[in-house]
Write a protein that binds this ligand. Structure first.
Ligand code: NDP
Length: 434
């Protein structure tokens, strides 16, 4: 803790894992006395670099770029890139640490990493985005590779940015390889990758609900965010017969009492992905909706909540409100959106709660499937990838049940942490102190 005292998000993520895994280590001789968790919390490598670029006015801008290569015990580093002004070492180390466990849970051979920049894409022209991505990759390219480290998208990094990043990597290295995932379909991408995180989170929620004898069909669902994860979580909820009633962004949320149907969702996708507009415009378009400026959607009564925006967006008070309104299931689409106080309340009340490292693992799992297709130089069909995704989400769910059973109540946090830990720890022990 002393060594990382200026990194609150990282400490929060480690503490959550330590609370569940330390007891398990103490009970199992093979892990005991090996300082295994102490080794896991120290990144194998943390790179910070200057990204200077020229904006549309001809002015030189300077941002900071990062790549955290956290753990490569079970495969090459794998994890997204985030472009957001809040990006710093603490945020990226928390994300990279979570990624190690998440990637382990997918059952695919991927280590954990994360990267990005404090660059703010909001209000930037397409040409500025391209110049930033190119200059960012000019340095990052030295540290990554298809057998070393394979970045993907995250907040602020979607299909457009992956294209610019890939173009520059290819130019510098003079090779066409699967060094990034989330690529366009015509140049090495996988079907279902854009949908995978949102779909996967809903598949996970459905697994939890079905185990409890119910399902998402007919349930009211509150979703936060309106980006990649939120959009496809909504699409899958609609396909399974649920009713989506909110979306949000950093300026507030919209509540549509009639429900956000497929046509309204198409409007949100166009607004956010093509026009890069604000979610408040949804309420201008649809009379059944109201916009709540600067607020989060947790006060709206629902049975299922899917936080899909960002870290620490659902605190203890919000959790209490959700519970008092009858919420029975929370599945995290985002990374660490619930604060420790919120998670405590969910566990105390014994509702179904899935931590992001389990329920949002569908994105990276499908990135793993993209890597396999790139290596084999083939493309699987939509159905093939979707079936594999569903199978992986079910495996993750069932693995959490095995390790998270507390007298009949499934503590999915504990289950995910221990199941993720065991595979990485075993590999580290086998490879010795390196
Ligand atoms: P996007 O950039 O597509 O969307 C992010 C959404 O969250 C936007 O609606 C954005 O609003 C909102 N948001 C971002 N930061 C804040 C903030 N500080 N306060 C309030 N709202 C905010 O990102 P993704 O959908 O890809 O990612 C969302 C979450 O899911 C992140 O936690 C990410 O790490 C996680 N995740 C994503 C995966 C993926 O495959 N994309 C995989 C696994 C996890 P605005 O437009 O106003 O910025």
């Amino acid at each position: 803790k002393a060594r990382n005292q200026h990194e609150p998000e990282f400490i929060q993520a480690v503490q959550e894992v330590a609370e569940t895994v330390l007891d398990y280590i103490a009970e199992h001789d093979i892990y005991n006395g090996k300082n295994i968790l102490l080794r896991m919390v120290e990144p194998e490598r943390a790179i910070s670099f200057r990204v200077s670029w020229v904006d549309d006015k001809g002015e030189i801008q300077v941002n900071r770029g990062y790549r955290i290569q956290m753990n490569s015990a079970i495969g090459p580093y794998k994890g997204g890139l985030r472009f957001h002004p809040s990006v710093n070492m603490s945020i990226l180390k928390f994300l990279a640490f979570e990624q190690v466990f998440k990637n382990s849970l997918t059952t695919l051979p991927m280590g954990g990493g994360k990267g990005g920049s404090d660059f703010d894409p909001k209000g930037r022209s397409d040409a500025e985005i391209m110049r930033f991505c190119h200059n960012f990759m000019a340095e990052l390219s030295r540290h990554i590779g298809p057998h070393t480290d394979i970045p993907a998208g995250d907040i602020g990094v979607g299909a457009r940015e992956i294209g610019y990043l890939f173009g520059m990597y290819k130019k510098i290295k003079n090779e066409f390889t699967g060094v990034l995932t989330g690529k366009g379909l015509s140049w090495g991408g996988s079907l279902i990758r854009p949908e995978a995180t949102g779909y996967g989170a809903v598949y996970f929620a459905e697994n939890m609900l079905q185990r409890s004898g119910t399902s998402i069909a007919g349930k009211s669902v509150v979703i936060s965010g309106s980006g990649n994860v939120a959009q496809y979580a909504a699409e899958k909820v609609l396909q399974l017969g649920g009713k989506v009633i909110t979306f949000s962004d950093s300026s507030g949320y919209v509540y549509d009492e009639e429900g956000i149907d497929a046509e309204k969702l198409a409007f949100v996708m166009d607004l956010k992905n093509n026009k890069r507009g604000r979610i408040s415009e949804y309420a201008d378009k649809y009379a059944s909706a109201t916009f709540f400026k600067g607020e989060k959607p947790w006060g709206i009564a629902c049975e299922v909540a899917l936080p899909c925006a960002t870290q620490n967006e659902l605190d203890g008070d919000a959790a209490e409100t959700l519970l008092s309104n009858g919420c029975i299931c929370v599945a995290e689409g985002a990374n660490m959106p619930s604060t420790p106080e919120a998670i405590h309340k969910f566990h105390e009340t014994k509702i179904l709660f899935a931590p992001g490292k389990a329920s949002n693992a569908g994105g990276v799992a499908t990135s793993g499937l993209e890597m396999s297709q790139n290596s084999l130089r083939i493309s699987w069909t939509r159905e093939e990838v979707d079936n594999k995704l569903q199978e992986i989400m079910k495996n993750i769910h069932d693995n959490c049940v095995v390790y998270g059973d507390e007298d009949g109540y499934i503590n999915y946090v504990k289950g995910a942490n221990i199941a993720g830990f065991v595979k990485v720890a075993d590999a580290m022990l086998a490879q010795g102190v390196v």
